[in-house]
Design a protein around this ligand. Sequence first.
Ligand code: ADP
Ligand code: MG
Length: 240
Amino acid sequence: MASVIEVTDLRKTYRLGALNVPVLNGVSMSVERGEMVCIMGPSGSGKSTLMNIIGCLDAPTSGSYRLEGEEVSRWGDARLAAARNSKIGFVFQTYNLLARLSALANVELALQYGDRRNARARSLQALESVGLGHRYKHRPLELSGGEQQRVAIARALVKNPAIMLADEPTGALDSRSSAEIMAILQRLNRDEGLTVALVTHEADIARHTRRIVSLRDGLVVSDEPVAEPLQAQAAEGVSA
Ligand code: ADP
Ligand code: MG
């Protein structure tokens, strides 16, 4: 079976006025079904640029990107949007929830352009799976940062994506909330077989995954399994 993700010689150059800013300089890597992998690197190394391309939020300048075997890099906006809706769950550092909507409505919104059957029940179930079933009526500002990120994970999960992508998902959180988020991602990967790729610049977060791909200046400089992944401590009332 095809890799979930396979990028080959991926390049991205931003244009700033007359200036060309090369950010990805020929990245090749793949992610297999059921993996939990981390992309690590210092600030500015191109992690978010790579993640946004993998997440169909941006297009590469050149190179190949195959998502479940299909060549994505030449797709137009409509097909990219369709892939975002059906194949990809994306979690951002700053949660990106809508402040005026309840947790449940935020999750349900992810199903707006997809399969809407039983949307409410599935959204509630996704919230329950991140331990927030009892908080479904709360708006984002009535929730802690860690809880908001759990809503964002539920919003990604409810689409039943082929892969969950998370760009610095613990970057805005204290260490306890970070551990709760990592525990949820680890459980989804281990028990549900969810493929997870996350970005971090923190080594202790990276060691909770099973493979670390290191990026420097837009190039993969190492790609190594984690010998003994750390197990994160789940929040009270959330199974891990
Ligand atoms: P990281 O996530 O590893 O910190 P990014 O992928 O966000 O790195 O950015 C890598 C480089 O690309 C940075 O130097 C950044 O300034 C530049 N960059 C990112 N987005 C843009 C953009 N839209 N236009 C111009 N330069 C950008
Ligand atoms: Mg970034």
